[in-house]
Design a protein around this ligand. Structure first.
Ligand code: ADP
Ligand code: MG
Length: 286
C-alpha cells in the first residue's frame, strides 16, 4: 500500500504545476543520480529564428516558401518555426502528399515538385550533393526534384531557467547527460553554456533508445535514471526511463502519455521543485 504522505507529495507537486502520475515516481525521483536531457524543446525553447538564407538558383523567399509548404503538417519545432518565419497562410491544396522521417526531415509533393527538406544526413541518404555549413546553428537543406536548392540556417535559444536547473543538479552532484538529434556543434555549445559534461549528438530516435538502454544496463538495481524530453522524437525514451519527465505545454500528446511526470509550465526548474517534494515526502515516510 502507498503511504499517505505520498498523496500529500503528489498534491503539493500538482499545486506547483508538476503532475506526478504515481507515488513510485516520487520515490524513484528522490533516489535518482542520473539526469538525461533532450535538447530541442526541453533545454531550449524549440522556437528557431532564421539567421541566414543560402538559396541556390532561387530567391530566399522561394526557399522559405517551399520549406514552409513541405513542413505544413509536421509538429516538429523546426517545422513550426519555418511556418512562422514564412508568416503567410498556406494553401493546403498545393501539397499533394507529405511524409515525415523522424530525425531527418520531410519529403513532400508541392504542386508536382518533389522536395526534400531536412538535415545533412537526410541529403546524404537521398544522394543530394549539399553545401557544407560553416556557421554555428542548425541547417535545414532543400532539394527540389533531386537538385540541391540551398539551406536556411536557424537557431534556438535556451529556456530561461535551464541554467538554474542544471546548476542546481550539478550542486547536488548529479550525473548530467544530453542526447540530441541535432548536430555536434550546436549540441556542444548548448552543453558548454549549461554545464552538462556528457553530450551525444546526431542521434536518430533509435539511437536515443540504444544510448538510454546502455545507461540503464550499467546501473545497479537501486539506481534510478530520469529522462527529460518534449516527446518530439523521444516518446520511447520517456517511456523507458525509470522516471520520464515531459514538457506539458509545447510537448506532444504522445509525450504527456508516455511520461511519468509532466511539467505543465514547460519550465525545466519544475524538476527541482519535484525533487525537493520527493525528498521531503520520503523523509516523512521513512
Ligand atoms: P532533438 O533531439 O534535438 O530534439 P530531433 O530528434 O527532434 O532533435 O531531430 C533531429 C534533427 O532532425 C533536427 O535537428 C533536424 O535537423 C532534423 N529534423 C527532424 N525533423 C525535422 C523536420 N520536420 N524538418 C526538418 N528537419 C527535421
Ligand atoms: Mg526534442
Amino acid at each position: 500500500s502507498v503511504p499517505l504522505a505520498f498523496f500529500g507529495g503528489i498534491g503539493a507537486a500538482s499545486r506547483q504545476g508538476v503532475v506526478v502520475k504515481g507515488a513510485n515516481f516520487l520515490e524513484n525521483l528522490a533516489k535518482t543520480e542520473t539526469f538525461v536531457f533532450d535538447k530541442t524543446g526541453t533545454l531550449t525553447k524549440g522556437v528557431f529564428v532564421v539567421k541566414e538564407y543560402h538559396p541556390r538558383n532561387m530567391s530566399k523567399e522561394e526557399l522559405l516558401e517551399l520549406m514552409a509548404y513541405g513542413e505544413i503538417h509536421s509538429n516538429h519545432p523546426i517545422a513550426q518555426s519555418l511556418r512562422e518565419a514564412y508568416g503567410k497562410e498556406l494553401d493546403k491544396k498545393k501539397v499533394k502528399w507529405v511524409k515525415e522521417y523522424s530525425g531527418f526531415g520531410v519529403r513532400a509533393n508541392i504542386e508536382g515538385r518533389k522536395v526534400y527538406i531536412g538535415n545533412s544526413k537526410f541529403m546524404r541518404r537521398n544522394e543530394i550533393v549539399y553545401s557544407k555549413v560553416r556557421s554555428a546553428g542548425t541547417a535545414v537543406h532543400l532539394a527540389v526534384d533531386g537538385v540541391y536548392a540551398g539551406y536556411i540556417l536557424i537557431a534556438d535559444t535556451l529556456r530561461e531557467d535551464a541554467k538554474y536547473t542544471i546548476s542546481q543538479l550539478r550542486h547536488h552532484q548529479m550525473i548530467l547527460v544530453m542526447l540530441t538529434g541535432d548536430n555536434e556543434r550546436v549540441a556542444k555549445s548548448v552543453a558548454r553554456e549549461l554545464g552538462i559534461e556528457n553530450v551525444f549528438a546526431n542521434l536518430m530516435p533509435e539511437g536515443k533508445v540504444e544510448q538510454l538502454q546502455e545507461f540503464m544496463d550499467s546501473q545497479l538495481e537501486e539506481e534510478k535514471l530520469v529522462f527529460v524530453g518534449d516527446g518530439i522524437n523521444d516518446a520511447p525514451v520517456l517511456a523507458m526511463a525509470d522516471v520520464g519527465i515531459a514538457m506539458g505545454g509545447l510537448g506532444s500528446d504522445a509525450a504527456i502519455e508516455a511520461a511519468d511526470i509532466v511539467l505543465m509550465k514547460d519550465e525545466p526548474s519544475g524538476i527541482i521543485k519535484a525533487i525537493r517534494i520527493a525528498k521531503e515526502t520520503l523523509s516523512v515516510v521513512k
